[in-house]
Ligand binder design. Structure first.
Ligand code: ADP
Ligand code: MG
Ligand code: ZN
Length: 481
C-alpha cells in the first residue's frame, strides 16, 4: 500500500436541457452556430430589465436531486456572485450560495454536498489580440454539483463522472455532452501522508473528457508526491489541463482568489419549493435509473460489455426494453420471468448485427431506422425456435430496418429462409448425401471423425441452407451408427 492518501472532490457543471434560458424567453439552443442570435435585453443586462426564474430548470434540478436520493430544500433563493468579465453582462452571475436547491445524496457511493442552479456565461474566443464574445450561452440554466472530498482514485472519479452523465441523460436533465461543453468537470486533489489530515488541495479546470479526468488526476497526484518527496510544498492554486501536453499548468494562486461579495438577489422572489412543486410525484415519476437498469441487465446474464453499451445509450436501451416486453413471460417461482435466452439473443443481434448495419449504412439510430420492436422480437423467437437459422436472421434484418411492423414469417418464406425441421425431409437428404459419399463414409468408419462435419456441410448445401443443422447432426449420427 502506498503511504500517500489521495483525496479528491469533484465539482461538475451541466447545462440543463430546457426550451428557454434561465431568466428570459430566449431559446436555449446549444446547436445554434450563428453568434448572438438568442439574446434579448434581459440576458444582455440592459438597465431596467428584470429576471423571471425558469420553472422548468428548477424542476430539472429537483429531479436530479430525487434521483440521487438527496434532500430537496423547502425554501431557496438566488444570490449574486459579483465579478467583472466580458462574458458576464450583469457584472454578477446569478447563483446560489447559502441555500442550494439540493443537499446530500450520493452517486456510486460518493456523497454529494449539494446541487445548485446558476446561469452559464457567454463564450469568448480570443483571436489575433481581439476577443469575440458570443452571448447565446449567457443565461443558459447551469446546475453545479459538488461532492464531498471522498473520492480516492482517478478511476473512481472517472466512474463517478460517467455515472453522473448517465443519470443526467436518463432523467432528461441535460444532454451532458462533454465535447460540447454541456458537462464540465473540475477536480480538487490533495495528497497526504497523514490519514487524519488533508493535504493542500489544488483545483484542476478545463477537463473536457472522461479520459482527461483520469489523466489530470493521475498527473496531479504524481506531481504532489514528487514535490513532497523532494522536500517541496504543494501550493493551493487553480491549474488548467493541457490536453496536448497531457499535463497541468498553474493558472491562479490562492492569494489572487476573488472576493465575490455574495448577497441574495433582490430582483428575484424567494422560492418555497415544497409549495411550488409536488416533490413526491417528481420522485414517483423518475424513470428506471442507470444503476437499476444495469442490475436488471446483469440479471439476464448479459455480458458486461453488452450491458455497458446498452446502459450508455438511452435510446438503444429504450429500444431493447421495448423489444423484450414482446417476449413471452414464463412463470418461475410464482414470478413472471422473461426467458434469458431470448433476452440474450436480442441483445447480441441488436449490438452486433443491427448496430453493425446502421453503421455500414451510415444511419442514425431512430425509430424509423430500427426494426419495429415486435417485429424484432418475432425474428428472435423464430431463431431460437429453430425456424430461422442465425444466417437467415441476419439475411432478413436489412428488410426490416425501417420501423415497420413486418410479417417476418411471410418474409422468411418468400426469401426461402425458413429453416426446414421436417425430419422426414431431412432424413431423405441425409440418405442422399451418404449414398453420394461412399468414400468419405468409409473414411469416417475407419476412424476419421473429422469427416462428420463434411456430411453436415453437404446436407446444408443440399437443403440450400434451410435445413436445421443440429437436426442434421442428430440424423447423421443415427444413420452412421
Ligand atoms: P473552495 O471554497 O476552495 O471552493 P470547498 O470547500 O467549497 O472549497 O470545496 C470545493 C471542492 O473541493 C469540493 O468538491 C470538496 O469536496 C473538495 N475538497 C475540499 N477539500 C479538499 C481536499 N483537501 N482535497 C481534495 N478535495 C477537497
Ligand atoms: Mg471551487
Ligand atoms: Zn434573453
Amino acid at each position: 500500500m502506498s503511504k500517500y492518501l489521495t483525496t479528491i472532490g469533484l465539482e461538475v457543471h451541466a447545462e440543463l436541457h430546457t426550451n428557454s434560458k434561465m431568466w428570459c424567453g430566449c431559446k436555449n439552443d446549444p446547436r445554434e452556430n450563428r453568434p448572438n442570435v438568442n439574446i434579448c435585453e434581459v440576458c444582455m443586462a440592459h438597465p431596467g430589465t428584470l429576471p423571471v426564474a425558469n420553472k422548468e430548470a428548477i424542476k430539472k434540478v429537483i429531479t436530479v436531486g430525487t434521483a440521487v436520493g438527496a434532500t430537496i430544500a423547502d425554501f431557496t433563493e438566488f444570490d449574486r456572485k459579483n465579478y467583472f468579465y466580458p462574458d458576464i453582462p450583469k457584472g454578477y452571475q446569478l447563483s446560489q450560495y447559502k441555500l442550494p436547491i439540493v443537499s446530500g445524496g450520493s452517486i456510486n457511493g460518493v456523497e454529494l454536498t449539494r446541487i445548485h442552479l446558476e446561469e452559464d456565461t457567454a463564450s469568448s474566443s480570443h483571436d489575433n489580440g481581439t476577443t469575440l464574445v458570443n452571448y447565446n450561452r449567457a443565461g443558459v440554466p447551469l446546475m453545479e454539483l459538488v461532492t464531498e472530498p471522498v473520492v480516492h482514485s482517478a478511476e473512481q472519479a472517472g466512474d463517478f463522472a460517467r455515472e453522473l452523465q448517465r443519470i443526467l441523460r436518463y432523467v432528461g436533465a441535460s444532454e451532458a455532452n462533454m465535447e460540447m461543453g454541456q458537462m464540465r468537470i473540475e477536480a480538487n486533489i490533495s495528497v497526504s501522508t497523514d490519514p487524519n489530515k488533508f493535504g493542500t488541495k489544488v483545483e484542476v479546470k478545463n477537463i473536457n473528457s472522461f479520459a482527461a479526468v483520469e489523466s489530470a488526476i493521475k498527473y496531479e497526484v504524481e506531481r504532489h508526491i514528487d514535490l513532497i518527496e523532494s522536500g517541496g510544498k504543494v501550493v493551493q492554486e487553480t491549474r488548467g489541463w493541457d490536453e496536448n501536453k497531457q499535463e497541468t499548468f498553474s493558472q491562479r494562486k490562492k492569494e489572487n482568489a476573488h472576493d465575490y461579495r455574495y448577497f441574495p438577489d433582490p430582483d428575484l422572489p424567494k422560492l418555497y419549493l415544497s409549495k411550488l412543486f409536488d416533490i413526491e410525484s417528481i420522485k414517483n415519476s423518475l424513470p428506471e435509473l442507470p444503476s437499476a437498469k444495469k442490475a436488471r441487465y446483469l440479471s439476464y446474464n448479459l455480458k458486461d460489455d453488452v450491458v455497458e453499451i446498452l446502459i450508455d445509450n438511452v435510446a438503444l436501451a429504450r429500444y431493447f426494453d421495448n423489444t423484450i416486453t414482446h417476449f413471452d413471460m414464463w412463470d418461475k417461482d410464482g414470478l413472471k420471468e422473461v426467458s434469458k435466452a431470448h433476452v440474450q439473443a436480442a441483445a447480441n443481434y441488436l449490438i452486433s448485427d443491427v448496430l453493425g448495419l446502421l453503421k455500414k449504412e451510415n444511419k442514425e439510430l431512430s425509430e424509423s431506422t430500427l426494426p419495429a420492436p415486435r417485429t424484432f422480437s418475432v425474428l428472435i423467437n423464430m431463431t431460437l425456435d429453430g425456424e430461422l437459422s442465425s444466417r437467415g436472421a441476419k439475411d432478413l434484418l436489412p428488410y426490416v430496418m425501417n420501423g415497420q411492423e413486418i410479417d417476418i414469417k411471410k418474409l422468411a418464406e418468400e426469401k426461402g429462409l425458413i429453416q426446414k425441421n421436417d425430419p422426414e425431409l431431412l432424413k431423405k437428404i441425409v440418405a442422399e448425401v451418404l449414398a453420394e459419399s461412399e468414400k468419405q463414409v468409409a473414411e469416417y468408419k475407419s476412424g476419421k471423425e473429422s469427416m462428420f462435419m463434411y456430411f453436415v456441410g453437404q446436407c446444408m448445401k443440399k437443403s440450400k441452407g434451410a435445413g436445421n443443422p443440429s437436426l442434421f447432426q442428430q440424423l447423421l449420427k443415427e444413420a452412421l451408427t
